[in-house]
Ligand binder design. Structure first.
Ligand SMILES: [Zn+2]
Length: 164
């Protein structure tokens, strides 16, 4: 038997004011994206802003449906949009934030496993990791350099793609 230990690391900033200007602006863009959230069921709004290498910023939010599983997280709305129309423009960073009137959020929300897996695939497609900023409004910001820090056992199976 061999025991393996995996360590992850991330940076924590006490507030958005401790970020550099571009990261602060990206978090603020994620807050703007909250306005487009369609979340009448959970009343939990999630906003995402994705900074591309060209400087373009993509916005997305969670989109719920009366048939609950038909809805989609903000992160995947953003990343599938990137995949369909901006895949030649690499993702540099992604800011995620949330808001609800139902209770107080005191720390950043983290993305679900399905969104982490899609982030991993996007990193693979563009052959480089991107930074993820998890922003709690009026609270701390967590920064991770590449999704592998959040999902060390992400699923990759290169044999699924036929090699010529
Ligand atoms: Zn998700």
């Amino acid at each position: 038997m061999t025991n393996h230990e995996i360590k992850i690391d991330f940076n924590e900033y006490d507030s958005i004011g401790d970020l550099n200007i571009p990261d602060k602006l990206l978090c603020e863009e994620a807050v703007k994206a909250l306005e487009t959230s369609h979340s009448p069921y959970s009343k939990f709004r999630v906003g995402v802003a994705v900074l591309l290498q060209s400087g373009t910023v993509l916005h997305a939010s969670n989109q719920e449906n009366a048939a609950y599983p038909s809805g989609l997280c903000a992160e995947r709305v953003a990343l599938f949009h990137w995949g369909t129309s901006h895949a030649d423009d690499p993702i540099v960073a992604m800011a995620v934030t949330a808001h609800t009137n139902e209770f107080e959020l005191t720390k950043p929300i983290t993305s679900c496993g399905a969104c982490l897996q899609v982030m991993a695939e996007c990193e693979k497609r563009q052959h480089q990791p991107f930074r993820i900023l998890l922003y709690c409004i009026d609270g701390p910001v967590w920064e991770v350099n590449g999704v592998q820090s959040f999902l060390p056992f992400m699923f990759f199976e290169d044999r699924l793609i036929q090699q010529p």
